[in-house]
Design a protein around this ligand. Structure first.
Ligand SMILES: [Zn+2]
Length: 300
């Protein structure tokens, strides 16, 4: 396995210590005439992120979300409140849910129950006037550099990748899954929106930008080859799961089929627990099952 690449000058990885774990989830700080923050993490890590930004003396002028899942953008309202001049950039499908997070919270609560409060906390609403919608091909101007927006659905319908053409860094959110340690990777395929065809297409579109570095939210920079690996993993999962699903295998059998392919994330037991809490094999399987029901079996 190749060692992790170094982040280029002007791109800082801010570990938000999600679930108290190191190197599980991050925000990226882009140093520019108008500094930008990519991802805020959930409301539960707001204090950590605020303290990190304060210690650096940085006030971001732009905050961009790859998508609005709570682990990526649940803290956006807190950050918007703290930095009153900051422009918030988000996909148009995501925008109504950061203005009024109630539906987002209700659906997360159905999934996580009371654990939601300790996992992700309560988002605060963002004033609509602060939001700018990002479209495919939008350019986010940071003064002396810029971020280009590429729609990369698959993990979520409204997922985007941000590309910095100067440093050739692609900030992919969860477009290519997660990547820990020295390139241990796993697809991130949650229900209800995971779409295999869109995910593979999106990975190909990021590759077509010829990025030199891939910045995962979970976690940190990786070499460009991580994209090919992400596509390979998705195809392998599909190859394992599809025939079993078509012959009516149950959830347990399907998870057992995935386990040897996935292995265990690298790290101590507390990191492994946190990584599973963030993205379990069961949750990933449910995303695939929903995709098959919609697109293969045709009963959803
Ligand atoms: Zn995520």
């Amino acid at each position: 396995m190749p060692d992790r690449p170094i982040t280029p000058p002007g791109v800082d990885v801010l570990d938000v210590k999600l679930f108290g774990a190191d190197n599980l989830s991050c925000s990226y700080l882009i140093d520019a005439a108008e500094p930008a923050l990519i991802e805020t993490g959930p409301a539960t890590v707001f204090d950590t992120l605020r303290d990190t930004l304060t210690a650096r003396g940085v006030e971001p002028k732009h905050v961009v979300l790859s998508h609005i899942h709570l682990d990526h953008g649940g803290g956006i309202g807190h950050i918007a409140e703290l930095f009153g001049d900051t422009t918030i950039w988000v996909h148009d499908i995501g925008a109504p849910h950061i203005v009024d997070p109630s539906r987002l919270v209700a659906s997360a609560r159905r999934l996580f129950g009371d654990a939601l409060d300790t996992m992700y906390g309560e988002p605060k609403p963002v004033d609509e006037a602060r939001i700018k919608i990002i479209d495919e091909g939008s350019v986010i101007p940071l003064g002396d550099r810029e971020l280009h927006v590429l729609y990369t659905p698959g993990h979520a319908r409204h997922e985007v990748t941000l590309f910095d053409p100067d440093s050739r860094v692609a900030f992919v959110g969860d477009t290519a899954g997660v990547c820990y340690g020295d390139a241990w990777q796993k697809p991130a395929t949650p229900p209800p929106e995971f779409d295999l065809d869109a995910a593979l297409d999106s990975i190909g579109r990021v590759q077509a930008l010829r990025p030199e570095l891939i910045c995962f939210t979970h976690f940190g920079p990786a070499n460009e080859s991580a994209l090919e690996e992400a596509a390979k993993d998705l195809r392998e999962w599909d190859g394992l799961l599809r025939p079993l699903v078509l012959r009516g295998a149950d959830e347990e059998e399907l998870i057992a089929a995935l386990e040897p392919n996935v292995g265990e994330p690298p790290g101590d037991p507390s990191f492994v627990r946190a990584a599973v809490e963030l993205s379990s094999n069961r949750n990933s399987l449910l995303g695939f099952l929903r995709y098959y029901r919609k697109n293969v079996i045709g009963d959803a």
